[in-house]
Write a protein that binds this ligand. Sequence first.
Ligand SMILES: NC(=O)c1ccc[n+]([C@@H]2O[C@H](COP(=O)([O-])OP(=O)(O)OC[C@H]3O[C@@H](n4cnc5c(N)ncnc54)[C@H](OP(=O)(O)O)[C@@H]3O)[C@@H](O)[C@H]2O)c1
Length: 247
Amino acid sequence: MHDYQAPDGLLRDKIILITGAGAGIGAQAARTYASYGATCILLGRTVSKLEAVYDEIVSAGDTEPAIIPLDIKGATAKNYEDMARTLEEQFGRLDGVLHNASILGHLSTFEDIPEQEWQDVIQTNLNGTALMTQKLLPVLRLSDAASVVFTTSSVGRQGRAFWGTYAVSKFATEGMMQVLACEYENRNVRFNCINPGGTRTSMRASAFPAEDPQTLKTPADIMPLYLYLMGKDSQTVNGKSLDCQPK
Ligand SMILES: NC(=O)c1ccc[n+]([C@@H]2O[C@H](COP(=O)([O-])OP(=O)(O)OC[C@H]3O[C@@H](n4cnc5c(N)ncnc54)[C@H](OP(=O)(O)O)[C@@H]3O)[C@@H](O)[C@H]2O)c1
């Protein structure tokens, strides 16, 4: 489904939250979902970046998005409860979540991972994502058919030297997705993982500084699977981990 061709209006009337919507893949997903009719809720930690994406969506003539400034690293259960309540009041339901925000940390031997960096990566990539998901479940259940997409990585399926904390956070993300997919089997919320594969963003550049970015797919190139997993054509897909760039 990496070459899926989405029909016009695929996401019309859908309310979709995108985390890390200010840059890289998340910003592209927000613009793309909006162009297929969704009302996007742009969540991120840098307001100026979210505002730039907001402006692009409005300038394109798509449905006006909403902005939620939030640093996942420092957010509490109460923050997510308040967010869920606001979403229910404003929109009545939530039809989709793209959990995209993550940090890489530094690549190093396992022995050299600083304690604070371990905490920060796990807090952002795993704990925050888990807590947000937990608190959003009631508002997701108000949708006729909701899709929750977690972002994984190749190193979340097969461990790789020096990718310690990030890899562990992505393995756990895959596990969290599977637990939720089992709990919600045959219900109105489904859970899947997406693996972008090497994509031209600042995270990729910091992991592979010597790589020529022109050799990589752009975020726009990998959007077919992002659309597929959010739309009705994947309605029966639950508990899967899919690749944007299969080998
Ligand atoms: N690019 C690749 O090759 C690749 C490959 C496999 C998997 N992935 C995964 O794909 C996803 C997107 O990656 P990307 O390459 O687009 O990364 P990116 O360019 O670094 O963008 C990450 C986004 O997450 C946001 N973010 C980070 N920490 C946050 C926090 N504490 N609270 C709120 N937002 C936060 C960033 O906000 P700021 O802009 O404010 O920093 C940014 O908008 C990630 O889950 C990554 O692990 C990427």
